[in-house]
Structures are given as C-alpha cells and as structure tokens.
Design a protein around this ligand. Structure first.
Ligand SMILES: [Zn+2]
Length: 252
C-alpha cells in the first residue's frame, strides 16, 4: 500500500516528492496545528513529504508549505557577589515556580542579545554577557536552550516585580530552591553551574535533555541529560568566586 499522497498540481510545481519508498517507515501523523495558508488563506492540510521524510502543513491551493522548526530559548545566569538571580514566574506554564530569566529569541537578534533582553524584561536587570555557558536541545518539545553567564551592570539593580515575574531575588548557591524550579533545562543548567564552581573551572556544556513522554516541565526522575559534552574554557573565563566584582569597563 502506498502512503497517503497529495497529487495536486501545485505540489508537482514545487517538485516535492510525496511518496515514501516504504510506507511502514512513515512516522506517525502529527496533530494538525495550522488551518489556513499564510499566503492565500486557503485550507492547509498535513501531507507526508517523502523526500524530506516529514509531515508538512501544505496549502492545497497555492502549494505553500508551512515549515515548523524548533524554537530557541535564550537566557542568563546572572551572577552578583556569589549569588545568582532567579525570577518567580507570574504566568503559566509553571506559575509560582522559580526560573532563570529566559525566553524565546526574537527575529533579527543574536542569542546573547536575546538573553540580555529577556533578563531585562523578566528581572528588570541590565547585564553584561560574560561567556556562553550551556546549550541543550530538548527534542521532545522541539526547543533548544542557550544559557549565558552574565553579570549585573552598575548600579547593580533589578526589579522586585516584572511583567512576567511576581518576585525577583538574588540567591546564594546553597539557597537555590531546587524543588521549586520551573523547568528541567534550568535545573540541569544550575546543577552544572554549581558543579563548575566546585571544580574551580568553567566549562561550556552541551547535551540533549531526554524527557519521558507525558512528563511535566520539571518532574524529578522524568528527564536526563544525554550525549553530554563539557568543554573546558580558557583561563580568561575562569571562575571569579570570592573575588571582588570586576570593574565596569570604561567607555573610550
Ligand atoms: Zn495557499
């Protein structure tokens, strides 16, 4: 039996192969999430594109394919005198739990710019990026996280409340509210952060967060970091624990 195929002339014009060699290898049809074409307003349907081995939302009228790709979440571990900045979420998901300031990257910005912007929005804190810290992929929810280490800018202020946060606080490492963290990626990043401080050197961390099907955003025992790679950074990025805050760089 041949896989479900769309043979519209629009598709043929796009030279998209919609036949799979072996129908048994076709992945499960996902839920349709887009109803109407962004180009012409006609109905979109899901069709299996054999040449790409993916189900795609396609317009039956103009042939437009709406590609869906993973989203990047960018955020900061903000350091200040041996403490780090956490935000209590004022919105769902995970309202009432603590997280690092982070959010979706916007178009036309870099990951570092996005991380600093999210920190300003969620914590009312202006920061300088110190170094990249971790990159995690979470395939099950099609997200990719990039965390940077950052330091508070003078005059070292942040907001007690921000539009998406009901509380913003500096926590010493021993007081991190591990049982009240919102997301698995945040839990993993903070564990690696504490580990680096205890080791006395910074690494850049990469890995894939595997989550159990149906698990919540941060249920203990339902996620693990796989394919881990930790790259030791050079001395320019070595820990400054216990040392005074570095002087702000003077503007030229
Ligand atoms: Zn269309």
């Amino acid at each position: 039996m041949t896989a479900q195929i769309l043979h519209s002339s629009a598709l043929m014009r796009r030279a998209v192969s919609t036949e799979a060699d072996d129908p048994s290898l076709i992945p499960h049809k996902p839920k349709q999430t887009i109803s109407f074409c962004t180009q012409c307003g006609s109905r979109m349907d899901l069709h299996f594109v054999g040449s790409e081995h993916h189900w795609r939302h396609m317009c039956g009228s103009c042939g437009h394919i709406h590609y869906e790709n993973p989203r990047s979440v960018v955020g900061c571990i903000v350091e200040h005198h041996g403490q780090i900045l956490l935000c209590k979420r004022g919105i769902e998901p995970q309202q009432g739990l603590w997280t690092l300031p982070a959010g979706y990257m916007e178009l036309h910005e870099s990951s570092a710019e996005g991380a600093a912007r999210e920190t300003l929005e969620e914590a009312g804190a202006r920061v300088d990026i110190v170094a990249p810290f971790a990159h995690f992929d979470i395939p099950r929810i099609s997200q990719s996280y990039i965390f940077f280490r950052a330091k508070l800018r003078q005059p070292f202020t942040f907001a007690a409340v921000a539009p998406e946060s009901t509380d913003v606080r500096l926590f010493s490492l021993k007081d991190i509210p591990w049982r009240k963290l919102a997301f698995s990626a945040v839990t993993i990043a903070l564990k690696l952060y504490v580990e680096d401080l205890e080791r006395g050197d910074w690494r850049f961390h990469h890995g894939v967060v595997k989550k159990k099907e149906g698990a919540g955003p941060n249920e203990p025992g339902t996620f693990a970091l796989k394919g881990y790679i930790g790259l030791q950074l050079d001395k320019a990025h070595s820990p400054v624990t216990g040392s005074p805050e570095r002087e702000e760089e003077k503007a030229p």
